[in-house]
Design a protein around this ligand. Structure first.
Ligand SMILES: C[S@@+](CC[C@H](N)C(=O)[O-])C[C@H]1O[C@@H](n2cnc3c(N)ncnc32)[C@H](O)[C@@H]1O
Length: 265
């Protein structure tokens, strides 16, 4: 149960190393994305350039707050609502980061629902990193329609994720996959921290008795990374944003399929 500071009252006698789990999360995610920090910087710069510092920002699929904490560090006038439905990641974020002096709120909600009803106050910007590829195209279109209603007029959406080349360009898409393989051979990712993989990180979490309740709740929700088939490509994202009423949609940063897409409502 969270109190009004967002911190979970301990229900287990086991001490959990919340900051340790957050650090291991950052290292695990960083091992997959050598450009992760640059991409975070670009997302923050885009929000600042379009909305200034005093914004209320929602972080969609926030996990344990990796982007939320960086936004708050760089934008002293901003506040963030971190939205996710993973009970383990929410518990780590809430307990490691707390509410940052009232600037960080946590919302346990499914992005496929009408989550905006539970967000307090007008929303100037929405951000997301490495999260929306979990949603199938029809769910993504629903999210963007909902987001267009949640965002204030002129509000922005900034999404950093791997968005594959559109189906209409199959030769370029195939070349892109080959180019990624060549890049990874030339510049193999340096292990960060313990160099844990996604699977190793989750297996370790499952061994922590202090996280047993959250791990059980995650299993009850059947919440896990989906397979990589039927993921929305760049054209699906751009089309769904335009259909939802976003007036401008552009890629502002790109490394092969890894992109930062900006949309203005
Ligand atoms: C790879 S993690 C990225 C977390 C964080 N944004 C980061 O960059 O470290 C993907 C996140 O998306 C969240 N997510 C996926 N589908 C979701 C949904 N339908 N509703 C809420 N969160 C979702 C997952 O729970 C997870 O926290």
């Amino acid at each position: 149960m969270a109190d009004n500071t967002g911190v979970i009252a301990p229900t287990s006698p086991h001490r959990v190393e919340w900051h340790g789990w957050l650090d291991r999360w950052e290292a695990q995610q960083g091992s997959y994305m050598p450009d992760r920090e640059e991409r975070f910087d670009i997302i923050i710069d885009a929000v600042q350039a379009l909305q200034g510092d005093a914004a209320h920002i929602v972080d969609l699929g926030a996990g344990p707050g990796s982007l939320a904490r960086r936004l708050l560090d760089h934008m002293p006038g901003a506040r963030v609502t971190a939205v996710d439905m993973d009970p383990v990641l929410l518990a780590i974020g809430r307990n490691a980061l707390g509410d940052q002096g009232g600037r960080l709120a946590w919302l346990d909600a499914d992005l496929r629902s009408e989550w905006g009803a539970a967000v307090e106050g007008a929303v100037d910007a929405a951000v997301s990193t490495t999260a929306l590829h979990w949603l199938q195209p029809h769910a993504l279109a629903g999210l963007y329609r909902h987001l267009a209603m949640v965002l204030s007029p002129g509000g922005v959406f900034v999404n950093g994720d791997r968005l594959s080349f559109p189906e209409a360009s199959p030769l370029i898409a195939a070349a892109g996959r080959e180019m990624r393989g060549l890049q990874e051979t030339r510049h193999p990712a340096e292990p960060v921290g313990d160099g844990e993989s996604w699977e190793e990180w989750w297996a370790a979490v499952a061994q922590d008795p202090g996280l047993a309740a959250e791990v059980a709740e995650r299993a009850r929700r059947h919440h896990d990374h989906p397979d990589h088939h039927h993921q929305a490509d760049l054209a699906v994202h751009v089309g769904a944003l335009r259909d939802a009423g976003f007036a401008e949609v552009e890629t502002v940063w790109q490394h092969l399929t890894d992109r930062v897409l900006v949309a203005v409502r």
